[in-house]
Design a protein around this ligand. Structure first.
Ligand code: DX5
Ligand code: ZN
Length: 217
């Protein structure tokens, strides 16, 4: 069964604690927090103070997805704020190895992220050092987009490398995930599913967390 990471990008910001409690009670293991800087992606979302505010109200793994140009500038800030995992895009820095090393130096989980247009080959040299790989299943920047089915081939390819080399990193998917799209990705090797609009757009977010899990039984 896949682990679920609801993305608060689609939550009700004035009732954030209520929404977070709903998905935690619904069995979500991770809480996905999208950081957008208006540079790497067009939108601006929220910053480290949100992670700091959420930390004391949840036991879920705080999964910080950095859609930020040169994210190494903010790794320590987000680690101090209480992130359990920081994900950085290979496209966002010329120093991906150093940036991942900075995350690992803080004794939290390090994740490398690839856009739909980036091949798996681009992250091969750093796979030995990561705890999780995020294969974007939409182009980053906005919630509510359509799942790109071609990305499933990359999940499969990554899973092959993982098995052959004996790595144990998790494979996360993000974008357009629902109880249908998650199936093929899970079969290809995905172990963690981010879902924003599908979960928080529903009257009962907990039931949608469960629906994603049920689809991968
Ligand atoms: C998109 C973000 C996602 C977003 C997913 O750039 O990285 O985490 O919240 O939203 P949905 O699940 O609505 O596609
Ligand atoms: Zn995300």
């Amino acid at each position: 069964m896949i682990k679920v990471a609801p993305s608060i990008l689609s939550a009700d910001y004035v009732n954030l604690q209520r929404d977070i409690e709903k998905v935690e009670k619904g069995g979500a293991e991770y809480l996905h927090i999208d950081i957008m800087d208006g540079m790497f992606v067009p939108a601006i979302s929220y910053g480290p103070n949100w992670v700091k505010a959420i930390r004391p109200i949840s036991k879920m793994i705080l999964d910080v997805h950095m859609m930020v140009q040169n994210p190494e500038r903010y790794i320590d800030t987000f680690a101090d704020a209480g992130a359990d995992l920081i994900g950085i895009h290979v496209e966002s820095t010329p120093h991906i190895h150093r940036a991942l090393q900075m995350i690992k130096n803080r004794d939290i989980k390090a994740e490398v992220v690839i856009n739909p247009g980036t091949p798996v080959e681009a992250i091969k040299p750093v796979l030995y050092m990561v705890d999780q790989v995020l294969v974007m299943t939409v182009n980053p920047g906005f919630g509510g987009q359509k799942f790109i089915p071609e990305t499933v081939k990359k999940i499969k390819q990554l899973n092959e490398i993982k098995k052959q080399a004996g790595y144990d990193f998790d494979i996360e998917i993000d974008g357009g995930v629902n109880d249908h799209t998650v199936k093929g990705a899970y079969e290809a090797g995905a172990t963690v599913a981010v879902a924003g609009s599908y979960v928080f757009g529903a009257d009962d977010p907990a039931s949608k967390v469960q629906a994603i899990k049920d689809a991968t039984k």
